[in-house]
Ligand binder design. Structure first.
Ligand code: RUQ
Ligand code: CUA
Length: 662
């Protein structure tokens, strides 16, 4: 009797323990999640006709308010001339950063002194832009989250964005060349920002007839020295290397095993000059006659030495290593690459250089060790018409991998896979690297999977996918056409960015989400882990000048007053919820006005605007910021200036009068 009670007791305790453990295990796995989708959620899915794939995509990308995205993608804004920051996986736009084109939200290009956009074209008018490739600053080949650079193909410009406040700090126009394509790329410690020209022109912004193409037209690779402390490109410490007038295309800087080198594709080694109207072959045919073009292999550390040794000329004051010196000094080599290549991308360990074939179904993979060996052995198959040694193709090549139609650009993940965009197949191909520090489970140099994109994929961006330590997980396809993917927005359609999950292996790649972007072609993008960014929440101090990233030197900015000196009226305004001080600013027609405004707020997000009708003035004042606007009061009248940010309940009352007396 007693024995059986004890047994029952023990059995009861064990049962209770099992139940408790079961609950604990279940609870710790999903603390408060129901085991399946709630019935009402399923009803919504059914009513909206969502497939299981749709539901998976929605759940995999949803980021509730208050929770943050794991990655940030900085996408080129294409023709918009701007940069677009997009959260991943949510695929929501976080911010548009104005770069080459004015923006009336931030007041960029609307009268605020010293903004980067003034640097090249003064107060405007500003030309259109065509931003192509953004490049995050790197330390030891990893993104460091400090700066972003971007190239403007149209006008041969490069811009510097400071990621502390996400503002453009500098725009540099190439002193020698007027267009680019391979820009911007950075060396592994951001020693240099690299810009490569595209269409051959005479160096130095001058004229020469097309008949003199071979003699007088050239290409150029520019190495802009970057001063991290000042956050500026320093032109005096920069230099360029003259190249033959082939059309140089994309570029990538070597890293790790290939640190010290830059690789640049080219096409039009035919040096066709077009003129279909004169019975010449049109450009599209003329530039694709040769079976092979030249991968440019450039030793930038050696180029630095040549500059130190004075082996340069000055063109428009800028240091350029002449082609002859570059060849003699061992800076420039070529190796053949299949016809009209496009992207060139260096793998995470830096050993392999992948070239996309555009008109060839393969990607060609070169090995830096083999390249160095071939250079050392002078294993040349010929020299080009400009005396540049052409290394033997087979001596530099590691593999060719057949992927499909129209391979363009390649990115990498953390598992030993490479991903190449196939423009004509409109797909992403996943394939295996060989001999890389990352190793995929499958045999090397093999296509293992494909995922369809919609439509006409150009670039693709994998999370930290062009660093020495790719993050894997996500990849974004930047598609040129969206056709039927969204509502019709008139004949000009948005582009389509598609998020693809790449955490699995083999064929498992999953399309998670589409994102329309209706503001120019988001050409290329880079994706950084959000926790690498150290963005400011407000400016560090009241009276901050974002142009110098320091407290403004002008004394007494926080003491509101008006001073008249000669024909200039100096106005010192403070700006805080919900008033400007002073509120009356009276000037005489014809007087010059220099107006300093300081937002004295220390609260996060307490931004005020400042705009004056009739004078083209618009500004944004983030907490702590000081801006200066300057104009001639040449139109008499009464101009209510006001705060353009809905800052407070009394936002509409936040105004003042600018009185311009006759
Ligand atoms: S490249 S066409 Cu980025 Cu594919 Cu400009
Ligand atoms: Cu300040 Cu509205």
């Amino acid at each position: 009797m007693r024995g059986s009670t004890t047994r029952y007791l023990i059995a009861g305790v064990v049962l209770l323990l099992i139940v408790a453990i079961a609950f604990w295990v279940r609870g710790s796995r999903s603390p408060s999640l129901p085991s399946g989708l709630p019935a009402d959620a399923l009803a919504v899915a059914r009513e909206r006709g969502l497939t299981p794939e749709d539901i998976y995509g929605a759940l995999a990308t949803y980021v509730p308010g208050g929770k943050h995205d794991e990655f940030v993608m900085f996408a080129s804004g294409g023709h918009s001339g701007q940069v677009i920051a997009i959260g991943i996986p949510s695929m929501r736009i976080l911010k548009v950063i104005p770069v080459f084109v004015p923006d009336s939200w931030s007041g960029y290009g609307f009268g605020v002194e010293n903004t980067a956009i003034h640097e090249v074209y003064g107060r405007g008018p500003y030309p259109p832009a065509d931003t192509h490739h953004p490049a995050l600053s790197e330390t030891n080949g990893e993104y460091d989250g400090e700066f972003l650079f971007i190239g403007d193909k149209l006008n041969g410009r490069v811009a510097v964005i400071d990621l502390k406040d996400w503002e453009t700090k500098q725009i540099v126009r190439n002193p020698v060349f007027n267009n680019n394509h391979g820009a911007a790329f950075v060396t592994p410690n951001t020693e240099y920002v690299v810009e490569v020209s595209q269409y051959g022109v005479p160096l130095g912004h001058r004229y020469a007839p097309l008949e003199r193409y071979k003699e007088e037209y050239r290409g150029l690779i520019t190495f802009y020295k970057f001063d991290r402390k000042r956050g500026r490109i320093v032109l005096e410490e920069s230099f360029a290397v003259e190249l033959p007038p082939y059309w140089q295309d994309l570029a990538d800087c070597g890293k790790a095993a290939s640190d010290g080198w830059v690789f640049v594709n080219s096409f039009n080694t035919e040096m066709a000059t077009g003129g279909v109207e004169k019975g010449n072959p049109p450009f599209e045919a003329g530039v694709s006659q040769n079976d092979m073009d030249y991968l440019h292999i450039i030793n930038w550390k050696q180029a630095e030495q040549l500059v130190k040794a004075g082996k340069f000329v000055r063109i428009n004051g800028f240091r350029v290593i002449p082609l002859k010196e570059a060849v003699a000094g061992g800076v420039l080599f070529f190796t053949p690459e299949p016809k009209s290549p496009h992207g060139v991308d260096v793998c995470p360990c830096g050993k392999h250089i992948v070239v996309g074939g555009k008109l060839d179904p393969h990607v060609t993979v070169y090995n830096i060790e083999k390249i160095k060996q071939a250079i050392q052995n002078k294993d040349y198959e010929k020299t080009d018409p400009y005396g540049v040694p052409v290394l033997r193709f087979d001596a530099t090549k590691e593999a060719q991998v057949e992927l499909g139609l129209g391979p363009l650009h390649t990115q990498f993940d953390d598992k030993g896979y490479a991903y190449t965009s196939l423009f004509l197949d409109t797909a992403v191909a996943r394939w295996t690297l060989g001999g890389c520090k990352y190793k995929a489970p499958e045999e090397p140099w093999k296509l293992v999977g494909k995922v369809q994109t919609h439509y006409n994929i150009g670039h693709l961006a994998a999370a930290e996918g062009d660093t020495v330590k790719p993050a894997g997980k996500y990849l974004v396809a930047l598609n040129k056409w969206s056709v039927d993917r969204f509502l019709t927005t008139g004949p000009l359609l948005p582009q389509n960015l598609q998020l693809i999950e790449i955490s699995g292996t083999g064929e498992t790649m999953r399309l998670l989400a589409d994102m329309p972007l209706g503001m120019g072609e988001p050409h290329y993008a880079q994706i950084i882990r959000a926790d690498r960014l150290k963005s400011w929440e407000t400016y560090p101090d009241v009276g901050w000048d974002p142009h110098t990233q320091a407290k403004a030197t002008e004394p007494g900015l926080d003491k509101p007053r008006v001073e008249v000196k000669g024909d200039t009226v100096y106005v010192y305004s403070t700006v805080i919820r919900s008033h400007f001080t002073p509120e009356h600013v009276k000037v005489k027609k014809g007087q010059k006005v220099v107006w300093h405004l300081t937002n004295t707020e220390r609260t996060r997000d307490a931004t005020h605007g400042f705009a004056i009708p009739g004078y083209g003035i618009g500004a944004s004042l983030e907490p702590g910021e000081t801006v200066t606007v300057r104009f001639v009061a040449d139109k008499e009248g009464v101009y209510p200036f006001y705060c353009t940010e809905f800052c407070s309940a009394l936002h509409l009352e936040m105004m003042g009068y600018l009185l311009v007396e006759p």
